[in-house]
Ligand binder design. Structure first.
Ligand SMILES: *[C@@H]1O[C@H](CO)[C@@H](O)[C@H](O)[C@H]1NC(C)=O
Ligand SMILES: *[C@@H]1O[C@H](CO)[C@@H](O)[C@H](O)[C@H]1NC(C)=O
Ligand SMILES: *[C@@H]1O[C@H](CO)[C@@H](O)[C@H](O)[C@H]1NC(C)=O
Ligand SMILES: *[C@@H]1O[C@H](CO)[C@@H](O)[C@H](O)[C@H]1NC(C)=O
Ligand SMILES: *[C@@H]1O[C@H](CO)[C@@H](O)[C@H](O)[C@H]1NC(C)=O
Length: 395
């Protein structure tokens, strides 16, 4: 999701814009396929067992043996198996799908760009055939590396190299086909990645606008119904282009927001919500640290932030990112962890993950959460019957 990472995993552009295929019917009747067992594994139980006694803990315990199904509230970040499996791969997508994610992400970048001398590699340096021979690796790098080989190591200790065995990279087209082939009703959330500064657009005549069109046209050409696609971008111009030129895709486009990363911009980020809604934006997607604050009678509880309330007041739906990217929560304060920074002073053990998710899910009412380990979010969503955003309801 964040733009700074994982340049190697970027997806190549399938530039051919042949005539659109007829739109295939969404497969509502396959929402819970009987021959496909959604499997959440041990981690949700570990997290619940580490919770302090509370009504929420009791509710989550009461779901220990509840049958689980695919839910659109659970969005697989870079596939959804990213905590343990190389990101943006067939394998990570299959893992997220198995863990119940109803929406699967891939990033999308133009095929044509240049690479600076540092470790930034761009898909445009290579052909699609060359790209297909690459391995995706675990998210992480060696900060002190003095050569390229060493740079590629450095998987954080809370992830693992157990499955770091050349995960298969995907193009936008192969990602569309893979998700379409998965059992159950699965949706897409492709991110139009903002090209790095080293690759100024237009690049060799290829404009940002054409790049934004090409991504949507690839879905159209494959006959994917717009209600299955949650296109994302950090670049507002991409969102407005989709609203203008592809209204059905634009109506459920996801406006990624990182404007308040600089704390002095928080007030402006909050103030812009009504304007976004008036301009046709329906879904805003900040990191969850924007949505959570410290409050309550003793100033020691997780509460909705001013940002969260402003988004709701403006009538925007909220999707947030990304759960399970931070490792053990007892480190988040010392590490100045991005995702927990707004509430880090009151966070010190893993069981608090579900407390935060519950403020997001049931107090604020976000409509979906990205995660690097889909099981955690799928468990929560299944427990409270959260289905995720409803495709087609925005247009
Ligand atoms: C949760 O884990 C922490 C260690 O991070 C431990 O100190 C605490 O006792 C655990 N809480 C429960 C309820 O198991
Ligand atoms: C990149 O663009 C150049 C010219 O614009 C073209 O010759 C080349 O084939 C392109 N490379 C890829 C990988 O598409
Ligand atoms: C990180 O890079 C340094 C310098 O290149 C090297 O000495 C070290 O072994 C590397 N660490 C890992 C985990 O690869
Ligand atoms: C904060 O706002 C200023 C002024 O609009 C902008 O230049 C800067 O990039 C913003 N910072 C972030 C992190 O978005
Ligand atoms: C609540 O606690 C936070 C940090 O723990 C602090 O920044 C804030 O000022 C406190 N607010 C009140 C009203 O005491």
């Amino acid at each position: 999701m964040r733009t700074s990472t994982s340049a190697l995993a970027l997806v190549a552009l399938a530039a051919n814009l042949a005539a659109a295929a007829p739109v295939k019917k969404p497969r509502w009747n396959e929402w819970v396929p009987e021959d496909y067992l959604v499997s959440l594994g041990v981690r949700p139980y570990y997290l619940i067992q580490n919770m302090t006694d509370s009504p929420l803990k009791q509710q989550l315990e009461a779901c220990y043996n509840k049958p689980v199904s695919i839910t659109g509230w659970s969005i697989g970040h870079r596939g959804g198996g990213t905590l343990q499996i190389p990101e943006e791969t067939t394998q990570s997508t299959q893992a997220g799908a198995r863990m119940g994610a109803g929406v699967l992400e891939t990033p999308f970048t133009p095929a044509n760009a240049t690479a600076p001398a540092n470790a930034l590699c761009c898909t445009a340096d290579i052909t699609i055939a060359e790209y297909g021979t690459l391995c995706s690796k675990m998210d992480g790098f060696n900060k002190s590396a003095t050569n390229v080989k060493d740079y590629q190591h450095g998987t954080p200790s809370f992830r693992t190299d157990l499955y770091n065995t050349c995960g298969q990279v995907m193009t936008l087209e192969s990602y569309i086909d893979l998700v379409d082939s998965l059992p159950g009703y699965r949706n897409y959330t492709p991110e139009l990645k903002t090209p790095p500064k080293a690759v100024p657009m237009p690049f060799n005549g290829y404009t940002q606008m054409q790049y934004a069109r090409d991504m949507i046209n690839t879905f159209i050409r494959k006959g994917i119904a717009p209600e299955r696609v949650w296109a994302q971008s950090f670049n507002p111009a991409d969102i407005y282009l989709w609203l203008n030129e592809f209204p059905e895709f634009g109506a459920q486009a996801v406006y990624l927001d990182e404007d308040a990363d600089d704390a002095s911009n928080f007030t402006a980020a909050v103030a812009k919500m009504p304007g976004l809604k008036a301009a046709g934006v329906n879904i805003i997607a900040p990191p969850y640290n924007y949505l959570l604050a410290i409050g309550g009678p003793n100033n020691d509880s997780i509460v909705p932030s001013a940002y969260a309330m402003a988004a709701k007041d403006a009538g925007l739906d909220i999707i947030s990112w990304s759960f399970e990217r931070s490792g053990p929560l007892d480190n988040v304060l010392a590490d100045d962890d991005y995702y927990w920074e707004s509430i880090a002073p009151i966070i010190s053990y893993d069981g608090q993950a579900f407390e935060a998710l519950d403020v997001l899910g049931r107090q604020i009412g976000i409509v979906g959460m990205f995660a690097d380990w889909s099981a955690t979010v799928s468990y929560y969503a299944n427990c409270f019957d959260l289905k995720g955003p409803i495709g087609g309801s925005y247009y």
